[in-house]
Each structure stands twice: as C-alpha cells, then as structure tokens.
Design a protein around this ligand. Structure first.
Ligand code: NAD
Length: 303
C-alpha cells in the first residue's frame, strides 16, 4: 500500500524509460501501478509487458495519476513534456507532484516550478547519481530540490527507489549539485586515464596500478568503479553516453558563467571529451574515452 495517502493512491506515472529511467521505474513497478509514456515504442513495450498502462501523451499520464516521474535527456525536453502540446500541465490536478529525475539545468527547473506554482502543482528536482547499476541495486543517490515540506511529502515513495535519498536544498539545488558532481566525475576520469596511461608507458600492469591506487590516496570513482568494471574488464560499456556527459559538464559551465567563476580544470576536461566526441560521436559510451588516451599516449589500458 502507498504510504502517501488517498490522493496519490497506489499508482504513479513515469515518462522517459531509457537507460536510466528503466531501472528506476523497474523499482517502482514492484509496488505501484505504472502509467508510462515514452517516444520510443520499445522502451514503452518493456513495461507494458510487465503490466504497465501505456499512455499516448504526457497529458494522459497526468490525467490518471498524481505523482509523475520524469527521466528525460534534457531540461528543454522536460519543459516541452510539461508545458508543450499535450503536456502534463494541461491535465495535472492541484496538489500533484512532478518529480524530475533528469540531469537538468537549475535555472530552467526554477522557471518551470514557478510557473506551475500558480496552478498549485508541485515541480521538484530529483536527479540521480550512481548509474543504472545503482538504480537496479536500490542504492543510487537521489538529491532533491524543493521545500522541506515537499521533500517530506515525497520521501516515502523515494524510499521505495533507493536507500540514499538526500534533501539538497531549495528548488534547483539537486540539479546544481548533480552538475557539479558530473563535472567532478569527468575531471577525475580524465586525470585517472592520464596517470594510468603514463604508468602503462612506464611498463606497469594497469590492473596492478588500479588495485594499488584503490587503497592509496589517489583513489576516486574512476579508479574504484569505472576502470575495473568497464575498461579493464574489456566490457567498454557503462550505459552513459558521451553526449549526456557533454551536456552535464555544459550545465556546470553555465552555472560557473552565471556566477563569474573560472573553472580551468573543468574547461580542459571538456576539451578532452570533445576529442572523443569528434572521433566517436555523441552516442558513444563514456568508456570509449579510454581509446582517446590510447591514441594520445600509445599505451593500451584495455586487456
Ligand atoms: P536515454 O537516451 O537512454 O533515455 C531517454 C529516454 O527519454 C528515451 O527512452 C527517449 O525515447 C525518451 N524521450 C526523449 N524525449 C522524449 C519526449 N519528448 N517524450 C517522451 N519521451 C522522450 O538517456 P538516459 O541515459 O536514460 O538519461 C536520462 C537522464 O538521466 C539524462 O538527463 C541523463 O543525464 C540522466 N542520467 C543518466 C545516467 C546514466 O548512467 N545513463 C546516470 C545519471 C543520470
């Protein structure tokens, strides 16, 4: 049973069922009746096969349920899905909650939220970090921006997704922290590839270097997770595209610009990412960045 009262009932909406939305929705469908919408028919079909109701538009989703999750590529797509033709705003009821799990832009988020406030519709940001794997295991980090009252209201349903739910602060704070996190992930990843490539050039076994640095002061997410799981394993797939990383680092840059803050490491890491995108495109998996370093140094990190 749903712990959030009659208004929410045991049903939810989910729009955006791709790499990230799928494992998040997968956790919710265990407990709630799912009303789903996605432009990609195969992504929708995956859930209708599991008993979800397919809706024909975001507005139809909003006519059926009062809690709607979004996990879409960008904030401008979120804006269309909320305020565009056949958008959520057309049929959402007073008191409804739209929970935006997209890695979005704080400024757009605040704008959408302000506009919906007039209709007494709650729009809050709840981006995630930890990838499809973290969502699947129920421990993905979710950072929520909104009022404390809104946070308290949706906390029970968020607990059904993950054991790592955080209140980030006022509306947009979740998106700000997420953009900062991803820029940091990019910088650490590039720095780690640089150093491991150097060590390989010096004749070191990359597996040994990673194993030892995992217990040393240079450790970070790339050393602990990305390299062993996705690169040294030869898998070369993490389920996160170069294009999405470019977008996320770009959001952090926008935040830096609007605050007049210089981010030299951030800039350089984005230039390096651009080299990978020039060669492999924006749909390539982030693991492909390793190939750029191979080319740059002639050192092979992969098996
Ligand atoms: P994806 O491209 O795999 O999925 C996006 C989904 O949205 C697709 O199914 C697509 O058909 C659908 N979609 C696009 N426009 C739509 C529209 N107008 N109406 C309905 N559906 C629409 O991307 P993803 O990896 O799932 O990423 C989604 C969000 O999650 C992004 O903001 C991303 O930055 C963030 N994120 C991804 C990861 C990851 O590891 N993949 C991790 C953390 C956060």
């Amino acid at each position: 049973t749903c712990s959030s009262g009659d208004f929410f009932m045991d049903k939810i909406g989910f729009i955006g069922l791709g790499n990230m939305g799928r494992p998040l929705a997968e956790r919710l469908i265990k407990k709630y009746k799912l009303y789903a919408y996605d432009l990609a028919k195969t992504n929708l079909q995956y859930f209708t096969d599991k008993g979800a109701v397919a809706c024909s538009s975001p507005s139809e989703v909003a006519s059926k349920v009062n809690q709607i999750f979004l996990c879409l590529p960008t904030s401008s797509i979120v804006e269309t899905v909320v305020n565009g033709d056949n958008g959520i705003a057309i049929s959402a009821k007073k008191g409804a909650y739209i929970i935006d799990m997209t890695t979005g832009e704080p400024e757009i988020t605040r704008k959408i939220s302000d506009k919906l406030k007039e209709k007494e519709i709650n729009f809050i940001d709840a981006p995630v970090s930890g990838g499809p794997k973290g969502a699947y295991h129920g421990n993905i980090a979710i950072m929520i921006g909104g009022t404390e009252e809104q946070f308290t209201k949706i906390k029970p349903i968020m607990d059904d997704i993950s054991s790592n739910i955080f209140y980030a602060g006022k509306i947009g704070s979740g998106h700000s922290i997420k953009a900062g996190n991803n820029l940091l992930n990019l910088i650490c990843r590039m720095a780690t590839f640089e150093v491991i490539s150097l060590l390989v050039k010096d004749g070191v076994d990359p597996k040994k270097a990673v194993e030892i640095i995992q217990k040393s002061s240079g450790r970070n997410y790339a050393i602990e997770i990305t390299l062993p799981d996705n690169i040294l394993s030869g898998k070369m797939v993490q389920g996160f595209s170069t294009g999405l990383m470019k977008k996320d680092a770009g959001v952090a840059t926008k935040i830096a610009n609007s605050n007049n803050v210089d981010i030299p490491l951030g800039k350089l890491s984005q230039e390096l990412l651009e080299n990978t995108i020039d060669e492999f495109g924006e749909n390539a998996d982030m693991s492909i960045v390793a190939l750029t370093y191979e080319k740059l140094t002639g050192a092979k990190i992969r098996p």
